[in-house]
Design a protein around this ligand. Structure first.
Ligand SMILES: NC(=O)C1=CN([C@@H]2O[C@H](COP(=O)(O)OP(=O)(O)OC[C@H]3O[C@@H](n4cnc5c(N)ncnc54)[C@H](OP(=O)(O)O)[C@@H]3O)[C@@H](O)[C@H]2O)[C@@H](O)CC1
Ligand SMILES: Nc1ncnc2c1ncn2[C@@H]1O[C@H](COP(=O)(O)OP(=O)(O)O)[C@@H](O)[C@H]1O
Ligand SMILES: [K+]
Length: 481
């Protein structure tokens, strides 16, 4: 599991650790780790000795880390130049170390044409709001060349706790972060500014609280959660997932949701609705019922919503499913048709899977607001609907009503932004629910497999939703291996 902690909690852990180690030890550890990554980057295109490194140095400890790392590079023969945003406030020890190692300190940027690496040490967890105008100008000019940009702790200008980008911010090729990930490194739009992430251990781990603010499942976590049948399993014990999706107008949504559901670990898929003929033609293994969900037979979880359209039958399907006593996943048109009080009154779990536009409609906000503040939006929805909410998009988030950490999905590709891929996700996640995963696990494992399947089937080229569904078994095998 990859964890992220908010700035307050990082600072509290840092205070506790500082009380136990010699003065300056943490900054030395951070700078040493930073210098190693700088060295690796420089060696990728040449060598450290004789390379030219430009440091952008702010007035706090982020600048201090950067100056000490610059000193280490200068000792290895790199030509290191530091531009200070506030010369009288730069970290005195770091500045002295750089000068003693043969580095230079200037107030002006000078020629950037020959620079091999730009290191952004303007702000870390102490930054507030987007970059100030002076810093913004410096960053714009310093990063106009072809040298890679490495951010120290965070790309300067992004919000560490939320992933928001409230003004101009550094765009880095990589970020070296200290002690723990910060939420902003894992959530877009800030995560897009961070590039490849490197975590440097500075000994903070034992001081951090057990429960992070944010977590991301890794292969082993997902493997441990996959529902795998045992010797005693039969199709009913593995769970039956019901799918109420599609309409005369959108029969394809029924087919795609069933395609996802067939690969999610449930023992059988039951379909209820007007897409029965289309479903059976494509997937003869499905149990179909052309009428309403409550008459379709028993299931262990329902998926309702994809492609339902606006008919009175679709409203009945949503109400039927919400009245059941099994876990329910509501997606797409179902989110529009559901009665909020009926959702809140449910005793079995409910999972809502909106994209940013649907989330905005549920919150009465603008889509851009949701996209800019994904973490706040997903938490707010989970609390308002007393549900588990999977907010789709460039970083998919899963929040549950209560104080469990929000999960951020580390897989996926922007090629997933294709019609019908959300239908596959809802079927897959519903199937995991029917197989017995708790709602937060079902949603995060569903998003993980879906994103991995998309990466596998896309491999850098456009994919269709059905390709994603077909690649789910390969993604499952990847994880399980
Ligand atoms: N925590 C840990 O365990 C460890 C932390 N470590 C390191 O310390 C870093 C935190 O250092 P920090 O607290 O000194 O704050 P920092 O990020 O340097 O920035 C604050 C300065 O920036 C300025 N400034 C603010 N906003 C701005 C803006 N929008 N645009 C431009 N400038 C802006 C503001 O200036 P002022 O308001 O005074 O003018 C303020 O002085 C952390 O990220 C990590 O790198 C490691 O050494 C080891 C262990
Ligand atoms: N820019 C993006 N990067 C990565 N994944 C994305 C991006 N945009 C959308 N997705 C993913 O693609 C899927 C689209 O689902 P959805 O919006 O419901 O589409 P549809 O309704 O057409 O099925 C979701 O899994 C979502 O997380
Ligand atoms: K920085």
């Amino acid at each position: 599991m990859r964890h992220a902690y908010s700035v307050d909690r990082v600072r509290a852990a840092e205070r506790a650790l500082m009380a136990r180690v010699p003065e300056g030890a943490l900054m030395r550890r951070a700078a040493a780790g930073l210098a190693v990554v700088c060295g690796d980057l420089l060696r990728r295109n040449g060598r450290v000795y004789g390379s030219r490194v430009l440091l952008l140095v702010g007035s706090g400890d982020n600048g201090g880390d950067t100056l000490y790392a610059g000193a280490a590079l200068a000792r290895r023969g790199a030509g290191v130049r530091a531009v200070l945003t506030a010369p009288d406030k730069a970290h005195p020890g770091g500045r002295a170390a750089l000068l003693a190692a043969g580095g230079r300190v200037t107030g002006a940027l000078g020629d950037i044409g020959t620079v091999d690496l730009v290191v952004d040490g303007i702000t870390g967890i102490g930054g507030r709001g987007g970059l100030r105008p002076d810093a913004e100008r410096l960053v714009r000019e310093a990063t106009a060349g072809r040298a890679p940009v490495l951010a120290v702790d965070l790309p300067s200008g992004v919000e560490a706790d939320t992933g928001q980008v409230l003004g101009p911010a550094v765009r880095a090729d990589a970020t070296v972060t200290f002690g723990t990930y910060k939420p902003g490194l894992l959530i877009d739009p800030a995560a897009e500014h961070a590039g490849a992430l490197h975590l440097v251990d500075i000994g903070l781990g034992p001081e951090l609280p057990e429960r992070p603010d944010l977590e991301a499942l890794q292969y082993a976590d997902v493997a441990a959660l996959l529902p795998v049948p045992s010797g005693e399993s039969d199709k009913y014990r593995r769970g039956v997932v019901g799918v109420a999706a599609g309409s005369e107008r959108y029969p394809g949504a029924a087919v795609l949701a069933v395609a996802g559901a067939l690969h999610g670990g449930a023992g059988a898929v039951r379909y209820a609705g007007p897409g029965a003929d289309a479903v059976i033609a494509r997937f003869p293994e499905t149990l179909v019922h052309p009428g309403r969900p409550s008459e379709a037979g028993r299931v262990q979880a329902w998926v309702v919503g994809p492609g339902l359209g606006d008919s009175s039958a679709s409203a009945t399907a949503v109400a039927d499913v919400l009245a059941s006593d099994v876990p329910v996943l509501v997606d797409a048109d179902g989110l529009r048709l559901m009665d909020a009080d009926a959702v809140r009154a449910r005793t079995a779990p409910t999972v809502l899977t909106p994209h940013a536009g649907e989330a905005a409609a549920l919150l009465g906000a603008a889509r851009a607001e949701v996209e800019a503040g994904r973490l706040g939006a997903v938490r707010e929805l989970a609390a308002r609907y007393r549900a588990t909410v999977l907010l789709k998009g460039s970083t998919t988030l899963v929040a549950q009503d209560g104080d469990a950490p929000v999960r951020v999905n580390p897989t996926g590709t922007s090629w997933l932004a294709t019609a019908g891929s959300g239908d596959v996700l809802s079927g897959l996640t519903g199937s995991l629910l029917a197989a017995g995963l708790d709602p937060r696990d079902a949603a995060s494992v569903g998003a993980y497999l879906h994103g991995l399947a998309a990466r596998r089937s896309s491999d850098g080229a456009p994919v269709a939703a059905r390709d994603v569904a077909e690649a789910i078994p390969a993604a499952w095998r990847d994880v399980y291996a």
